[in-house]
Design a protein around this ligand. Structure first.
Ligand SMILES: C[S@@+](CC[C@H](N)C(=O)[O-])C[C@H]1O[C@@H](n2cnc3c(N)ncnc32)[C@H](O)[C@@H]1O
Length: 249
């Protein structure tokens, strides 16, 4: 392993090796997989559905496009993509087996299984050929990646020329008063909601901390540019609590 690989990364608010972050993230998502959708609705008061719909609606997906839903979780992004594409052309990839199983179950129950391929793999080493996809989508997954730079390189590799990366992620809330209010809500209420609904305070403390130590809007822009993406931009949603980042290969 090179010195570079030994660099420490944030896991919540602690700096750890990439391997420890990967294992820690795995453990958390295995624990939360059962109540994941319910928790999202509670924590965001249903707003995550609106953000995700506009994430996909604004992506200009053509009916023949091939799409990767990376860090696919329980497959709600893939379901939105399925309404836009004609063929079996949606690839769901997540490093967590339990989450991918939930996504499979959703696709069967909600009628879009026939448009999907599933893979359990990490973003740092994608199991796809060069220049496969017209779009790569990552919704609320990127901040959990143990090696963000390498993942971006992998995404760049699997995108076709002219293909687009779209990332929806928590970001830096804008305005001092609003940030304070948001901090108060997230540090005091989110772990409590996690405890009440799933008896798991710790994973939701991780969630809050991981948002605070994740790159802000401008730092994400730099990461995109450093990877080689062009036409990079971002859009703040809900006063920067969430941001939509885009880049073109
Ligand atoms: C917060 S969930 C997001 C799920 C879904 N995309 C959504 O918007 O609700 C984050 C997902 O990222 C996955 N994940 C974390 N690190 C990953 C990595 N390095 N490669 C692939 N998936 C990863 C987790 O297993 C988890 O399913």
């Amino acid at each position: 392993m090179s010195t570079k690989d030994n660099q420490k990364v944030y896991f919540g608010d602690k700096k750890v090796s990439k391997e420890i972050k990967k294992d820690g993230v795995e453990t958390i998502f295995t624990k939360v997989s059962e109540n994941y959708d319910l928790m999202n609705d509670f924590m965001s008061a249903g707003m995550h559905r609106v953000w995700k719909r506009s994430f996909i609606d604004s992506a200009n997906i053509n009916k023949d496009d091939v799409c990767l839903d990376l860090a696919a979780g329980t497959g709600d992004i893939a379901k939105l993509i399925a309404k836009k594409v004609k063929e079996k052309s949606i690839y769901l990839c997540d490093q967590n087996l339990e989450m991918i199983e939930k996504a499979k179950e959703r696709s069967l129950n909600e009628g879009f299984y026939h448009k999907c391929f599933f893979a359990v793999s990490s973003a740092e080493k994608l199991p796809y050929d060069d220049e496969t996809f017209n779009h790569v989508f990552i919704s609320f997954g990127f901040r959990n990646f143990s090696d963000k730079k390498n993942s971006l390189k992998e995404i760049y590799r699997v995108l076709k020329k002219g293909g687009k990366l779209h990332i929806l992620e928590f970001s830096k809330a804008q305005g001092q008063n609003f940030s304070k209010l948001y901090d108060f809500y997230s540090y005091n209420f989110i772990p409590k909601i996690g405890d009440l609904i799933s008896g798991d305070r710790e994973s939701y403390e991780y969630l809050v901390k991981s948002i605070r130590t994740h790159e802000n809007q401008e730092e994400m822009l730099e990461l995109f540019k450093d990877t080689g993406f062009s036409n990079c931009n971002y859009e703040n949603i809900f006063k920067g609590i969430v941001a939509l980042h885009r880049g073109l290969k």
